[in-house]
Ligand binder design. Structure first.
Ligand code: COA
Length: 155
């Protein structure tokens, strides 16, 4: 069974905790930091960013960011429902948090009428492709503007 996760807004109560979420030295160059994701969200309002800190009780375990019902404009903007960032702290990876976050995102976007959840990933060592396949995503055959593999989950 997936662990329980709660999505909390990033505000003064949660900011320090979510900024403490970190990846391994191998993963970080591909995915970036939470601070960089928050900056990207500020810089790209056209991507319709929606993001949350992910907690298990009082422990910050991750961060998630979506494009929220964005008008698609490929290859720059993939949508309407695009998982833009998914970060599980390296100390807590492999414990079901990634799957639990996907399940919660699916619940949220389905309630908004989403039919497909899209995401993409860069090829490289330790890439999340096998994880996405494992939780039900399949390649669409397309790549995004950075050459990342686009995968889709039918809801
Ligand atoms: C990718 C990531 C989100 C996965 O989160 P996680 O909490 O480690 O994954 P989970 O423990 O929930 O794994 C869920 C399932 O996927 C499988 N899985 C996870 N990583 C896998 C891998 N590399 N290869 C094969 N299967 C994998 C698990 O075995 C598990 O299977 P099960 O549910 O049948 O037991 C996490 O490792 C991470 O943050 N990586 C770095 C950042 C990143 O690449 N983010 C995505 C792009 S923005």
């Amino acid at each position: 069974m997936s662990p329980n996760v709660a999505f909390r807004e990033v505000d003064e109560q949660t900011l320090a905790a979510v900024l403490s979420v970190t990846l391994t030295a191998e993963q970080e160059p591909y995915v970036g930091t939470v601070a960089e994701a928050l900056e990207e969200a500020r810089e790209l309002p056209e991507g319709k960013p929606w993001y949350r800190a992910v907690f298990d009780g009082e422990l910050a375990v991750g961060f998630v960011m979506l494009s929220w019902n964005v008008p698609p404009n490929p290859p720059e903007i993939i949508g309407p429902w695009y998982l833009w960032k998914l970060i599980v702290d390296s100390r807590y990876q492999g414990r079901g948090y990634g799957r639990a976050i996907i399940e919660k995102v699916v619940e949220i976007v389905r309630a908004e009428g989403a039919e497909t959840l899209l995401t993409s990933y860069a090829l490289g060592s330790d890439n999340p492709g096998p994880f996405y396949q494992h939780v039900g995503f399949s390649p669409t055959g397309e790549v995004n503007i950075d050459g990342e593999i686009i995968v889709a989950l039918k809801l």
